[in-house]
Design a protein around this ligand. Structure first.
Ligand SMILES: C[S@@+](CC[C@H](N)C(=O)[O-])C[C@H]1O[C@@H](n2cnc3c(N)ncnc32)[C@H](O)[C@@H]1O
Length: 259
């Protein structure tokens, strides 16, 4: 593996610090009690990092989103780890009735409101719901949604890397929240099939997850999702033209739950 690919996280971490260190320090000066809650500092940091990163990744993955999300998402759409709600821009109003943004980082909620609002989803007319929980908070989520099996489409775009116990969480989300015949549309960076890349991903993960609010580079999320075994159909693919040496090797797909 080329050293430049193996050391790629260093460059991103430097960029994150340049973007988010000062605003995070300012937030701590305003609210010194944050020092008692390292997870809140991490979220503060991530909310600054994701302003340019989220917008840049949205731009760079527009082709993925227009082919994966736009033609497939339908009914009530749950966006797991919505970030600033960029996926809302790709939803077709003729097919989607409601955009539910599940985002535990409340610093991002005003951004979701703005971006989803520009895409035509609003809390005033009931087409937008922002839920401040983690994906693992199934009971709270089900209650906010008004009952079990109310979601037709689950989107996970670069989010399962940071969810605790993603296998159990996706099992619970697909069993208890997703309606029969509903679908999961995902695009995630996953553990590489190449042993040398996977080795570096495991080396970086303990450090990387501190910079990116729990984001792990070494999860075979695509395999875990397929292994849930509840699917009527699966279509899982790699990103076109992505070099195999990529530390963030992506897999995406559409998984349809049996009706
Ligand atoms: C890398 S960002 C991706 C955001 C968005 N999907 C996008 O494409 O712009 C990951 C998001 O997952 C959120 N997140 C972190 N822990 C989570 C959890 N336990 N459940 C759901 N989302 C979580 C983070 O706050 C963050 O907004």
């Amino acid at each position: 593996m080329h050293l430049s690919a193996a050391l790629a996280p260093l460059g991103d971490m430097r960029m994150c610090l340049q973007i988010a260190l000062w605003p995070t320090l300012k937030a701590i000066l305003r609210r010194p009690s944050l020092l008692l809650h390292p997870s809140l500092i991490s979220r503060e940091f991530m909310s600054h990092v994701w302003v340019p990163f989220g917008a840049g990744i949205d731009e760079n993955t527009r082709d993925v989103k227009t082919s994966l999300i736009s033609p497939n998402a339908f009914g009530v759409v749950l966006d797991v780890g919505a970030g600033y709600g960029h996926s809302a821009k790709y939803l077709d109003h003729n097919r989607v009735t409601k955009y539910v943004a599940l985002e535990p980082n409340t610093n991002m909620h005003p951004g979701i409101r703005r971006i989803a609002g520009e895409a035509g989803f609003s809390e005033d007319d009931g087409t937008l719901l922002i839920v401040p929980y983690g994906a693992e908070d199934i009971a709270l989520l089900t209650s906010a949604l008004g009952g079990p099996h109310t979601v037709n489409t689950i989107i996970s775009f670069l989010s399962l890397c940071g969810v605790p116990d993603p296998k159990a969480t996706m099992r619970a989300l697909t069993d208890e929240v997703l309606a029969p015949g509903g679908e999961v549309l995902f695009f995630e960076h996953v553990l590489s099939r190449r042993p040398d890349v996977a080795w570096w991903q495991r080396v970086w993960t303990p450090v990387w997850k501190y910079a990116f609010d729990g984001c792990c580079l070494d999860r075979p999320t695509d395999i875990w999702l397929e292994e849930l075994g509840i699917w009527q159909s699966t279509d899982v693919w790699s990103k076109e033209d992505e070099p195999e040496e990529h530390m963030w090797w992506h897999r995406g797909g559409r998984l349809v739950k049996a009706a």
